[in-house]
Design a protein around this ligand. Structure first.
Ligand code: XMP
Length: 333
């Protein structure tokens, strides 16, 4: 039987009991697969890699080496949270790599969205490979592959064209060929979340909104500059905080800020104040192939606007993107 095909008899995991049974089964399978060898994992802090990390920590403890690469395009507090949850909370064997300068130097002056994506994807692999080469005794690479990824690669193998080049870890250099450990590869996203909670990860972490691999890099439109990236990060943090506070985080699929590479004239403290606009994007979708726009109460939008324009350096306007997908993709780049 092809191990990449979900058996028709496999029941959807919906309860803690079912998740516990799945976890027991996978813990056993992973222990059998890896023996006393080390396993490497790129831990971004996203749902899939976090659940894999928690599962493998349960199965093999310190034999799992997690590498968290901060590409400088993370949201506010995100890398700190990964360290908090996995290093402090779960006592993980975690290597933190601050590669901000490597990424931002390579991206300086690059405005083409696909070039940006390719640079980020390639550099991510290089930074990760550099860390992998420093380690000894690693024989396995764990990945947070889930069933939709497998279905997607089957589609791509059939020659269907993708709109954007997504990146996930894979395609490591020739000298680093590991056997794969992919304990979630037959699960759908909702099942991964149930398993994550059964493993003790917080509801907030397991139900967090998706975040693209290239991170804020595809939301800081055009050529990224450090000041505009910082403004985006701060504005996004305010939006997230207000959505959490107002119970909107669980009602929408994705909500974030985009900052284009353009300025307009504004006024602050009686003086001319040129700044970037912060664009709010809030979408709902089932599968990210199409998306609709969610209505957000005006009072909340006014409050977010007031906070962003007063608290974030360099932003003088707040706009709202009302475009469904199609025609707009969810991310702007
Ligand atoms: P688009 O912009 O194509 O986005 O409508 C659809 C969904 O995919 C997310 N996205 C990514 N996820 N790597 C990822 O893992 C990527 O490179 C990437 N680009 C977009 C996007 O946030 C949305 O949820």
């Amino acid at each position: 039987m092809d191990s990449n095909v979900r058996p028709e008899t496999m029941e959807r995991i919906t309860t803690k009991e079912m998740a516990d049974a799945f976890i027991d089964e996978q813990v056993k399978a992973v222990r059998e697969q890896v023996g006393d060898k080390k396993v490497l994992l790129a831990l971004s802090g996203g749902v899939d890699s976090s659940v894999v990390a928690a599962l493998l920590i349960r199965a093999i403890g310190k034999q799992l080496v997690c590498v968290h690469v901060n590409h400088g395009l993370m949201r506010k507090g995100e890398s700190e949270n990964v360290i908090e949850v996995f290093k402090k909370g779960l006592d993980a064997n975690l290597i933190y790599v601050d590669a901000t300068d490597r990424f931002l130097n390579l991206l300086a002056g690059v405005s083409d969205p696909e070039k940006k994506r390719k640079i980020i994807g390639k550099e991510f692999i290089e930074v990760f490979a550099d860390e992998a080469r420093k380690l000894e005794g690693v024989s396995f690479l764990a990945q947070g592959t889930i069933y939709p990824d497998i279905l997607e690669s089957i589609k791509q193998a059939e020659g269907k064209q993708a709109v954007k080049s997504h990146h996930n870890v894979g395609g490591l250099p020739e000298d680093l060929q590991f056997e794969l450990v992919e304990p979630l590869k037959l699960l759908f996203k909702d099942e991964v979340r149930v398993v994550g909670e059964a493993l003790g990860l917080s509801h907030q972490m397991v139900y967090r909104q998706p975040f693209p691999g290239p991170g804020l890099g595809v939301r800081c439109l055009g050529a990224i500059t450090r000041d505009r990236l910082e403004a985006l990060r701060e504005a996004d943090a305010i939006l997230r905080e207000e959505f959490d506070k107002n119970g909107l985080a669980e009602k929408v699929w994705q909500y974030f800020i985009v900052v284009p590479d353009m300025k307009s004239v504004g006024v602050k403290d009686d003086s001319r104040y040129e700044g970037w606009p912060a664009i709010i994007r809030v979408v709902n979708t089932k599968d990210a192939m199409t998306a609709t726009i969610e209505e957000i109460p005006y009072a909340i939008l006014h409050h977010i606007t007031a906070r962003i324009t007063s608290e974030v350096k360099g932003i003088n306007r707040v706009l709202m993107d009302l475009t469904p997908k199609p025609t707009g993709t969810i991310e702007w780049e």
